[in-house]
Design a protein around this ligand. Structure first.
Ligand code: SF4
Ligand code: FE
Length: 483
């Protein structure tokens, strides 16, 4: 059955045997863990909305491999329309979860690996593409969530993988066997790793011949023997262990990242999609990063929609919504947010088919998109904090509000507009706090900076794609310079 329900998704994770450490302890029941669960709920939304007729067009697609209806997160983009719908789908999910819903890394990885394996086979006569498509069929058939895993620890940034003092700073092959390979290393800040059925490993940088043992790509069940997960802390995460929901700001949804260790893990050959073809490592990185930089023109915009809405409500509840500077700040937030969306849509419309038919975004515009994402959410968050006022970070807890002795003081003195219950005002401020300083700030702020590559990584692609020589020729012609 290609379209899992939300419940089937959660039950499928219950059957998995992850080796997870959180706060220094092994976690056996991940599905019901209060720290992890909100992030699982976010991914579950990608399953739930696929069954909603209202969103069918965005959330599902017709498989180019089987002709069956599948979740768009398992789809190979076949047209500009597919690329545009992807961005719209991510905006929708950002609006519904106000967090990182994690499943996009797998979608971006399959599209990048699909076209790259085809091109490796063209050059070397290998059979990676066939192997990959066989695995992809299973992904589509089982409606898997896949952790597209790229970022290695990288150690000393001035050294290449093979020059590192510790050879495990990049994932590499340590033994070749008749039936497969043994790999070792780690992937850092892996989004949604524990909410995934499979992990699809890719190299993290362009490589030379000396690094060929590191130029590998493969897929594994996410709970394979030898994979260890260490959960990433988030600001205010232990509030999830408290009673009540108000202080969380967003009690239902969240995101997560973890450090994923591959401790001598066996990978059978049929799951190996690149093996030492170091000259294709750069292509795979550029394509995956390009797709994920496009993604941010959708997901961050959807979360931005919620933050703008929260700021507008905070102004309403303060009685400030008619002030011209407040109106102007909300307009500025919207302008910035829609600029990100415009970039996401533009790089999709300007995409092109690769040799295998899978569509790739326009790389220059996708990198411009992400470069703006490293800046605009910060300004949107600053304006939201400006509108929210200082109470957002000084207000008492939910327990104080509900305390029979002093709750009435909180109720009385923290009321804004008289007709609005104090609790509503506090709830909206907690949501803004969550998005700008709390658990969701990982996704909306720092991930906007570093996710899909840090700002400098986009500037490198922008400089490569800028074609300054063509621009110089334009200027010479206009200026009447002939040589
Ligand atoms: Fe998806 Fe955005 Fe999270 Fe990346 S940051 S996984 S694009 S929601
Ligand atoms: Fe991300």
């Amino acid at each position: 059955m290609p379209l899992k329900t939300k419940e089937e998704y959660i039950e499928s994770l219950r059957k998995m045997k992850f080796k997870l450490y959180l706060f220094g302890e092994r976690v056996e029941n991940i599905v019901d863990n209060p720290i992890v669960r909100p992030s699982m709920n976010s991914v579950a939304m990608t399953y739930e909305l696929a069954h909603d007729p209202q969103y069918e067009d965005l959330m599902t697609a017709t498989s180019s491999l089987t002709g069956k209806k599948i979740n768009r997160f398992c789809h190979l983009h076949q047209s500009h329309d597919d690329l545009v719908k992807k961005v719209k789908m991510l905006r929708l999910l950002g609006q519904k979860t106000a967090s990182c819903f994690q499943r996009c890394v797998g979608m971006d990885a399959i599209n990048a690996v699909d076209s790259t394996t085809y091109e490796i086979d063209q050059k070397y006569g290998t059979e990676y593409h066939k192997r990959f498509r066989n695995w992809l069929l299973k992904m589509q058939e089982n409606d898997w969530t896949v952790d597209g895993a790229m970022t290695d620890p990288k150690g000393d940034r001035s050294l290449s993988p093979s020059q590192q003092k510790d050879p495990d700073m990049f994932v590499h092959v340590i033994e070749e066997r008749k039936d497969g390979i043994i790999v070792r290393g780690a992937k850092c800040h892996q989004t949604g790793a524990l909410n995934s059925h499979e992990i699809l490993i890719m190299p993290t940088i362009a490589m030379g011949e000396a690094d060929k043992d590191y130029a590998i790509s493969f897929a594994l069940p996410a709970d394979s023997e030898g994979i260890i997960y260490i959960y990433g802390r988030q600001s205010c995460d232990t509030r999830k262990l408290e009673e009540g929901t108000m202080d969380l700001g967003n009690a239902q949804f969240g995101g997560h990242e973890s450090l994923v260790i591959l401790d001598n893990v066996f990978v059978p050959w049929e799951r190996v999609f690149m093996y030492k073809e170091y000259d294709f490592s750069g292509m795979l990185v550029e394509r995956f990063a390009g797709y994920h930089r496009q993604s941010y023109g959708g997901c961050k915009v959807g979360v931005g929609d919620v933050l703008i809405g929260a700021a507008a409500l905070a102004a309403d509840y303060n009685g400030a919504s008619k002030a011209s500077h407040i109106k102007d700040k909300l307009i500025e937030m919207t302008h910035l947010n829609e600029t990100l969306y415009a970039c996401g849509i533009a790089c999709s419309c300007q995409g092109r088919p690769t040799a295998t038919g899978t569509y790739l975004i326009d790389l220059l515009l996708a990198n411009v998109c992400k470069q703006n994402v490293t800046r605009f959410p910060y300004e949107i968050a600053r304006l939201a904090e400006d509108i929210a006022g200082g109470l957002m970070v000084t207000m008492p807890s939910e327990k104080d509000l509900k305390n029979p002795e002093i709750g009435h003081y909180v109720e009385k003195y923290l009321r804004g507009v008289f007709e609005i219950p104090t609790e509503h005002r506090l709830r909206i401020l907690r949501l803004i706090e969550n998005l700008t300083l709390g658990t969701a700030a990982v996704g909306y702020r720092t991930e906007s900076m570093h996710g899909a590559g840090s700002p400098q990584a986009q500037r490198i692609v922008i400089s490569r794609q800028a074609n300054f020589n063509a621009k110089k020729e334009l200027a010479k012609k206009i200026a009447g310079i002939t040589e």
